[in-house]
Design a protein around this ligand. Structure first.
Ligand code: HEM
Length: 133
């Protein structure tokens, strides 16, 4: 067997991850469905997301070291995460992946994991569904 196991974080690299997430938040900042729930200054959000994605991809536990257990669903509870917003988040990510030219099997697997995590984060119905419950 000469097949080598590679950690996704090492395959991607710290610089490329930062590039991807900068491209992502550039889109979040302009997205009409996302803009209203994010802070005006996304510097700190970007910094935390780099830390989180580093460990999400199997790299060092930078997020946990500074902020404790991720508990991502709980940390998103103060925000209305609707199916529409989850879709918008994923669209921004997909476009960011295009911008930094992430492709192939790596992109496919990474993106699918984000789809699952984004779905798990949904905590409210779409705005126009309210009142029908
Ligand atoms: C489903 C759509 C999502 C929406 C609308 C959303 C929205 C938000 C918002 C509004 C914040 C707060 C930003 C701030 O105060 O700085 C946040 C923080 C964060 N989100 Fe999301 N998010 C989504 C999905 C995800 C996913 C899929 C992940 C991880 C794979 C993620 C990881 C994070 C992290 C690491 C933070 C920083 C938490 C902290 O303050 O320590 N989010 N998100």
């Amino acid at each position: 067997m000469n097949r080598k196991y590679t950690i996704p974080y090492e395959e991607l690299g710290a610089e490329k991850l930062a590039e991807l997430l900068r491209a992502f938040y550039k889109r979040v900042a302009k997205h009409p469905k996302l803009r209203p729930i994010f802070p005006e200054d996304l510097t700190e959000t970007l910094r935390k997301q780099i830390q989180f994605q580093t460990q999400f991809l199997g790299g060092p536990n930078l997020y946990t070291e500074e902020h404790g257990h991720p508990m991502m669903r709980a940390r998103h509870m103060p925000f209305k995460i609707t199916p529409e917003r989850a879709q918008a988040w994923l669209e921004c990510m997909s476009e960011a992946m295009d911008e930094v030219e992430l492709d192939g099997k790596f992109r496919e697997i990474y993106y699918q994991r984000l789809v699952m995590t984004a779905q798990h984060m949904i905590n409210s119905p779409d705005e126009d569904e309210e009142g029908f419950e």
